[in-house]
Ligand binder design. Structure first.
Ligand SMILES: *[C@@H]1O[C@H](CO)[C@@H](O)[C@H](O)[C@H]1NC(C)=O
Ligand SMILES: *[C@@H]1O[C@H](CO)[C@@H](O)[C@H](O)[C@H]1NC(C)=O
Ligand SMILES: *[C@@H]1O[C@H](CO)[C@@H](O)[C@H](O)[C@H]1NC(C)=O
Length: 318
């Protein structure tokens, strides 16, 4: 297990609506046979809730193929989660399975943002593919997932800003060594933000909100870089296509107090943004590129990091 998910802690949570029907058959995970010829190299009988985790880890791609099995009641739900930051339920990223009202098994991913999480489908910070659940004769579930792409150092909560700036929440973003700090005012719907990302002196960084969809096109960005005269430039710009102009423009939401600074190989963008049409829940996109020509940021690279740097952000959580 340590090899699979070192530096992460695993928790799993389950509400059992009193399991009346089946007593455990004391089956150990190693002699479990899966339907459809699924085979895993390793397994662990978990200490509670008659649960078992089976996995095969692919070292080169850092992917794990997993099956989580748990004894279950017909109307309950079950979840298996990974918490990238600490040993706790809050902040964990879960795979959830249950039987829906039509009697079919349903599975999706969700973020456990508090002790009373919404349990709505959400994208996780690591890639999950081929997620499915089934229940056999005695209502075992399998959840199959893959690709735990564990991201680098998580440091946002220790960061000290210049000029005594303080934010109530922060998030270490999973790609591009980036961090978002914010204080959200729910009565005005505005967020004071500081977006920090590692960058060399000749590169650019951008943080954006996409009001309509997930992804780069349609996003509304704050971009910062060193001007040719050496000062920091920072302005809003609309990302209207895969080849945007990167020239200053107005956004659909209010932006004020926009400034940027460069220190310790990081560019930080400060601003007050919002309110947003959709409230506190937004799609964020962030990006970085190494080249600025004639004071215009140039195309970023298309590495996996650059293409996956998007996700949901709830200004009310965290
Ligand atoms: C699995 O192994 C355990 C312990 O060796 C044994 O008690 C159990 O009967 C086995 N189950 C099956 C289905 O073979
Ligand atoms: C939110 O903004 C309103 C209006 O400006 C202000 O009165 C209130 O104190 C702010 N709340 C917080 C928590 O800063
Ligand atoms: C650098 O250039 C920008 C844009 O042309 C200008 O607004 C700014 O005042 C200049 N800064 C200095 C220190 O010359």
């Amino acid at each position: 297990m340590t090899m699979v998910l070192s530096s992460t802690s695993i928790i799993f949570i389950s509400i059992i609506l009193i399991s009346l029907f089946f007593t455990s058959s004391a089956q150990t995970c190693s002699n479990h046979t899966f339907t459809s010829k699924r085979v895993f190299t390793s397994c662990q009988d978990l200490p509670y809730l008659n649960a078992h985790l089976h996995w095969t880890y692919f070292k080169s791609s850092k992917q794990a193929k997993i099956a989580f099995r748990v004894q279950h009641t017909p109307n309950g739900w079950t979840a298996w989660a990974i918490n990238l930051n600490r040993r706790a339920m809050v902040g964990s990223q879960a795979l959830l399975a249950f039987r829906d009202s039509k009697g079919r098994m349903s599975a999706y991913t969700t973020l456990i943002t508090g002790y009373n999480p919404s349990m709505q489908p959400r994208k996780l910070q690591f890639r999950v593919s081929k997620l499915s659940a089934d229940s056999g004769l005695i209502l075992f579930f399998h959840i199959l997932a893959s690709n735990f792409n564990i991201s680098p150092a998580r440091t946002c909560s220790n960061h000290k800003f210049t000029a005594k700036r303080v934010y109530s929440s922060c998030q270490d973003l999973p790609h591009l060594s980036a961090h978002l700090h914010w204080t959200y005012n729910s009565s005005t719907g505005q967020a004071q933000i500081a977006y920090r990302a590692r960058q060399g002196p000749s590169g650019w960084v951008a943080w954006a909100i996409n009001p309509n969809q997930i992804g780069m096109v349609g996003s509304e960005a704050l971009v910062a870089f060193h001007n040719s005269n050496g000062s920091m430039a920072v302005y809003p710009t609309m990302i209207t296509s895969y080849s945007p102009s990167m020239l200053p423009g107005d956004l659909s939401f209010q932006v004020s107090g926009l400034t940027a600074e460069y220190s310790n190989n990081e560019i930080t963008i400060y601003s007050v943004v919002g309110p947003f049409a959709g409230g506190s829940l937004v799609n964020q996109v962030w990006q970085a590129g190494s080249l600025v020509l004639d004071d215009i940021p140039q195309m970023h690279s298309v590495s996996q990091q650059n293409l996956q740097s998007t996700g949901e952000l709830d200004f009310l959580s965290g």
